[in-house]
Design a protein around this ligand. Structure first.
Ligand SMILES: Cc1cc2nc3c(=O)[nH]c(=O)nc-3n(C[C@H](O)[C@H](O)[C@H](O)COP(=O)(O)OP(=O)(O)OC[C@H]3O[C@@H](n4cnc5c(N)ncnc54)[C@H](O)[C@@H]3O)c2cc1C
Length: 379
């Protein structure tokens, strides 16, 4: 196949990894972003993200996460950067509300993902940071952990440049037919990949907006007790606490313990300052008192307010624009795409180069809301 010209719009983790994959496949790729890749408005930008195979009954994402884990480890070895820390992940199953956790254990058995099932006492003796009177059991996935998100974006970008890819600053808009434009002219390329994350909805008001909701998420970083390593990633895993609408990560590289109580918030992507909302402070602090009492009295040392784009079924989007045959959407993160980025990028690149068609779950059409039990994210 002759070398084609490819434009990837959006330099978050999806755009960067897709651009890298296409460039390494011998295409001539230009990556365009409005701002400097790694900037603080993007969904991909924070210190870290959880990588876990835990996906309820969804075997597809379970397998993708396992495969992605290997790819991240390869990228880590290749780049010499600390991209991933294998601190494990714990999902806490609340008494009487454990459909998603039960389904995860069944999927793990089928796929062969290593895990432990802990009762209440085991949890508190293995991970004494957690106080779990309301928890029936927990699943611990030891090969899960965290990805250093900002570093992953920058490392991917650097590998893309080393492979000969071009990076350009600019804002892509769309005309009335949703054709991508820049500086008043249509974008010209054999393939245009749209990886603009949550901005995709407003850019494509007819195609993407009807299947998406953009919500803001507040996360706080809390200091660890003076002189104690108890809450470091060497001792504590990432965790998911659906019963409390929360998740978190242990302290890594001095970050403090990250905890989010997910209260979907409105966000104006371009105009809102990325300052957390005061109301979330009280909610997160009372969550910490309840679940991580050893952190009581500790201080918020950092915070992050950014956003996710949610599809009705929380499946990603990889599909062609219905009218512009060279325009491919790649995104629809639904709060769980970061970890999958290397495999997602390979898939999107394969669809873009017509190696294969997309999967039904990733099509723009036919979306419907799933129950939390069916949903890969448990939402
Ligand atoms: C609080 C929080 C916690 C999360 N936790 C996890 C987790 O633990 N594990 C996990 O796997 N995932 C997690 N996610 C989801 C994950 O972060 C996202 O799935 C992922 O970062 C999405 O990346 P993206 O490249 O699609 O979007 P983005 O990172 O937002 O990138 C989009 C890029 O497009 C650019 N752009 C936008 N419009 C234009 C335009 N018109 N022209 C040019 N460029 C443009 C933007 O500047 C931006 O750089 C979390 C998300 C949030 C917010």
């Amino acid at each position: 196949m002759s070398k084609s010209s490819v434009i990837v719009v959006g330099g978050g983790i999806v755009g960067v990894m897709t651009a890298l994959t296409l460039q390494r496949r011998g295409e001539s790729v230009t990556l365009i972003d409005r701002w400097e890749p790694g900037h603080s408005r993007a969904s991909s930008t924070d210190y870290n993200r959880v990588i876990r195979a835990i996906s309820g009954r969804d075997e597809f994402y379970t397998r993708w996460a396992r495969e992605s884990r290997l790819r991240w480890l390869e990228l880590q070895a290749e780049s010499g950067q600390n991209l991933m820390y294998e601190c494990g992940a714990l999902i806490l199953a609340a008494g009487g509300h454990s459909d998603w956790e039960d389904a995860t254990a069944e999927t793990f058995d089928r796929v062969g993902v290593p895990y432990y099932k802990f009762g209440q006492q085991d949890i508190e003796s293995r991970f004494p940071q957690f106080c779990v009177p309301d928890i029936e059991y927990a699943l611990f996935e030891p090969e899960a952990g965290m990805l250093m998100a900002h570093r992953c974006v920058l490392t991917g970008l650097s590998l893309f440049r080393q492979a000969g890819g071009k990076v350009q600053r600019g804002r892509v808009t769309t005309d009335g037919s949703e054709r991508p434009m820049m500086d008043g002219n249509p974008l010209e390329a054999d393939l245009i990949v749209i990886a603009t994350g949550p901005w995709m909805a407003d850019m494509f008001p007819r195609t993407i907006k009807p299947i998406s909701t953009v919500v803001g998420v507040n996360v706080l970083y809390t200091s660890t007790p003076d002189g104690s390593e108890e809450f470091d990633m060497t001792r504590m895993p990432c965790w998911i606490d659906h019963g409390q609408g929360s998740f978190g990560l242990p302290s890594s590289e001095g970050s403090g313990v990250k905890a989010a109580v997910v209260i979907p918030d409105k966000i104006d992507l371009d105009n809102d300052e990325r300052l957390i909302r005061q109301e979330t402070l009280g909610r997160t602090r009372s969550y910490i008192r309840h679940r991580l009492p050893g952190l009581e009295g500790q201080r918020v040392v950092d915070s992050k307010f950014n956003q996710i784009i949610l599809t009705p079924d929380t499946h990603f989007i990889v599909d062609w624009h219905p009218e512009h045959e060279n325009v491919l959407f790649a995104g629809g993160c639904s709060g769980h795409l970061f970890k999958h980025a290397p495999v997602f990028a390979e898939f999107a690149a394969g669809v873009g180069l017509k190696d294969f068609g997309t999967a039904d779950r990733f099509k723009v059409s036919g979306r419907k809301k799933l129950s939390p039990k069916e949903s890969p994210s448990g939402r």
